[in-house]
Design a binder for this molecule. Structure first.
Ligand code: NAD
Length: 720
């Protein structure tokens, strides 16, 4: 027989072996989109009708097997009521995947590359699976806020046991071939070049009756083999553990376990109904909507950056000025990802500190088995410490990361410009100072831009690439290329004090200062914001960033946006600063810090702080958790709106992803602009107006823009 579609082809040989090959035309990968599902249905019907076929191997015509469902089609798949989603998913399962699983002939999947989500679920409907040593498989759906929906929670536990399946599904992690084989997810692992032959040979053994494929298949059709006590143990323990790990805002991992628990005693078909109910319920959550949106936004962001980077010359060698917290981190990250870097400081002590930090980070990786000692030595060798400008005439990019002082930066940038090639790019890691202003003393301002990393550099994905008034396109493109080479997520923004992320963060701190002034306890503010989903509350965050840094940045922002960010009262930050409570760096800020067992600073409530703050507190308000959240989030979200309106960011997606990647905005909330949409734009504007009344001197922070009011009045939204 022969079936030839745009996603699937089937060809059979004279000895009755059919090969069903996934090869989605005009795409670099295979994925389960509507077309592929339709063709799988057609192909399965054709195979079932052809009595000359004795067995089927399932292959891929691409370097991957199947990467999963087509996430761009989730909107269509998950649109409508919970019941209609359930029906849709059940239809796909019964009419397509079960139909394939129930073919009268044996089936073997040849997994040549990545098989994730629906890709692995396709392999699971086959009777046997052979996997290439280099392939990876997994069910990552819970990372998107949903659960596997094409039979993953049904078939995987029946194949590898409930405990393993829970681990795979709740973590969403990719599994290597060795692990997959060990727990029975695949039947054989072979070298890539032997894969097809191995799959055919396995299939022939089934056809010849040497392997009982029907018995193998039956395991997936019957209830899970698990005693009652055993089941209670495995499901109850894991539910508690996973709920603790995922937290209340991420319900999918626990839902997946509950589905597997309920379905454990059921036949395949009943278990699939349970699974369909579970995915339909999860698909309707805001968490799923926002995590899926985040995934899609990230793809757009990545593509935009890659397209820009293609236009630039590759960065072969770099240099960083300053070996402090940021410079040291930049040198480490550059070297770790393969770009050699000169790390220059004016003080030997600075250099020693930078190198010690890099060594510490690398040693940890060696301890964890992620890197060999030789690789570590290689990374360190790519960092060339220096007290002078030797070698600067041979670098493609220099990142300046010295003290946050415009005068010092002006002098050092001009001095550096004289030491580098005419075509080298100079970038500043300033966190607040306008790039246009910093460019003033430069002879080649077109070769200058901002390259703003977030602390700690090795962990925070975002890098803002800032275009000053005179910045040229090559400067932007090459800096984007360098950020990508460092494994970061670059977002190009226009210039203003604080750029995108710090500009949006400042009103959040302003709101915090306003609440403390009105008598709201900062510990309860922190608690409310952490419950909302932030990794740390604002007082704790201020301590981690450094109160001195915060006060300094606040002054720059106040000069830039006096109408909203200049406060005519003494703030709680000012009090901390005056009392030299700089935060974690000197062991005391809003909280006190003591080293924990591992030597990391542990936060403790310091009773003396309330008395220190008393003189700047002129109210005694108590607020509900919801009021605290509204009072804190609205100024931040409104500044995000202004940044979009002012053209600081190119799109709403850029704004939201920058907040998630730069300052840990809760991903399940999708970012500040998604938050406004989810809140209801009209409700958001009304709430802002209500809070403005009560905000006294901080009223301006709560004032919606005219454009936002218009959007709200006409039922608009930032995302479709
Ligand atoms: N710390 C953060 O969280 C953070 C985050 C983003 C951006 N930034 C920005 O990064 C820059 C550096 O901040 P940091 O926290 O790493 O400061 P830091 O004080 O830890 O380090 C600054 C280093 O620069 C060195 N230095 C001073 N003058 C120099 C010169 N002329 N040539 C070479 N080295 C010189 C100092 O000796 C010191 O080692 C600042 O502009 C800051 O605003 C900081």
């Amino acid at each position: 027989m022969k079936f030839s579609g745009n996603a699937i082809t089937v060809q059979s040989t004279d000895d009755g072996i059919a090969e069903l090959c996934f090869d989605l035309q005009d795409e670099s990968v295979n994925k389960f989109n509507a077309l592929t599902l339709d063709e799988l249905k057609e192909a399965t019907t054709a195979i079932a009708a052809d009595t000359s076929i004795k067995g089927v191997i399932v292959t891929s015509g691409k370097p991957v097997f199947i990467v999963g469902a087509d996430i761009t089609e989730f909107g269509a798949l998950f649109g409508g009521s919970e019941e209609s989603v359930r029906e849709k998913i059940l239809g796909i399962n019964f009419e397509i995947f079960n139909a394939f699983e129930d073919l009268p002939v044996p089936t073997v999947a040849a997994i040549n590359g990545i098989a994730l989500g629906g890709g692995l679920e396709m392999a699971l409907v086959c009777d046997y699976r052979v996997m290439s040593e280099t392939a990876k498989i997994g069910l990552p759906e819970t990372k998107l806020g949903i659960i596997p929906g094409y039979g993953g929670t049904t078939r995987l536990p029946r194949l590898i046991g409930a405990d393993n399946a829970i681990e795979w599904i709740a973590s969403g992690k990719e599994q290597k071939a060795e692990q997959a084989h060990k727990c029975g997810a695949v039947d054989a692992v072979v070298a890539p070049e032997l894969l097809r032959d191995a799959a055919v040979s396995l299939l022939k053994q089934c056809i010849d009756g040497k392997l009982d494929f029907q018995a193998k298949r039956r395991e997936k059709l019957e209830p899970l083999k698990l005693g009652k006590i055993e089941a209670t143990m495995v499901f109850e323990t894991s539910k508690a553990f996973v709920a603790g790990q995922a937290g209340p805002h991420y319900p999918a991992p626990v839902t997946a376990i509950k589905v597997m628990e309920k379905a454990a005693g059921m036949s395949r078909d009943d278990a699939l109904k349970e699974e369909a109910s579970g995915i339909a319920k999860m698909a309707g959550t805001l968490t799923a909507k926002n995590l899926v949106g985040l995934f899609l936004g990230d793809q757009v962001l990545g593509k935009t950056a890659k397209d820009l980077a293609k236009k630039a010359r590759k960065v072969e060698r770099a240099a960083v000025l300053g070996a402090g917290i940021m410079g040291g981190g930049i040198a480490y990250q550059s070297a770790r990802k393969g770009t050699p870097i000169i790390m220059k400081d004016i003080a030997q002590a600075g250099i020693d500190l930078g190198l010690t930090e890099a060594s510490k980070l690398l040693s940890k990786q060696v301890e964890r088995g992620r890197m060999s000692a030789a690789e570590m030595a290689g990374v360190l060798a790519r960092i060339q410490p220096s007290l002078g400008y030797d070698g600067f005439d041979n670098v493609d990019v220099v990142v300046e990361a010295i003290v946050e002082n415009p005068k010092v930066k002006h002098a050092v940038l001009a001095e550096t410009e004289a030491q580098i090639r005419d075509d080298a790019i100079l970038a500043s890691n300033t966190s607040t100072i306008s790039i246009t202003h910093l460019a003033e003393p430069l002879k080649r301002p077109e070769n200058f831009c901002g390259m703003h990393f977030f602390n700690p550099v090795h962990r925070m994905p975002l890098v803002e690439i800032i275009r000053g008034e005179k910045t040229g396109e090559e400067a932007v493109a090459r800096t984007v290329a360098y950020a990508l080479a460092m494994g970061k997520k670059p977002v190009v923004v226009n210039d203003c004090p604080g750029f995108l992320v710090n500009r949006i963060l400042m009103p959040y701190f302003g709101a915090f200062m306003g609440l403390v002034k009105r008598g709201v306890d900062f510990v309860s503010i922190d608690r409310s914001m952490e419950r909302f989903g932030w990794p740390m509350g604002p007082a704790y965050l201020a301590d981690v960033v450094g109160i001195d840094t915060g006060v300094h940045a606040g002054a720059v922002m106040a000069a830039g946006f006096p109408e909203r960010m200049k406060y005519d009262f003494k703030t709680c930050h000012d009090v901390m600063f005056e009392n030299e409570r700089f935060g974690q760096k000197n062991g005391r800020g809003y909280y006190a810090y003591e080293p924990d067992k591992k030597g990391r600073p542990k936060k403790i409530v310091d009773e003396s702080v309330a008395a220190l703050l008393a003189p700047v507190v002129d109210g005694s308000e108590t607020m509900s958790k919801e009021e605290i959240v509204d009072s804190m989030m609205i100024p931040m979200c409104l500044e995000a709106v202004r940044c979009l309106e002012d053209g600081i960011a190119a799109s709403a997606t850029d704004v939201d992803l920058s907040l998630i990647y730069g300052i840990g905005f809760p991903p399940f909330r999708g970012g500040a602009l998604h938050y406004i949409d989810d809140y209801g734009m009209a409700e958001f504007v009304a709430k802002a107006d209500e809070l403005a009344e009560a905000a006294g001197p901080l009223r301006a922070l709560y004032q919606p823009t005219e454009k936002l009011r218009e959007m709200a009045a006409s039922g608009g939204a930032f995302f479709g």
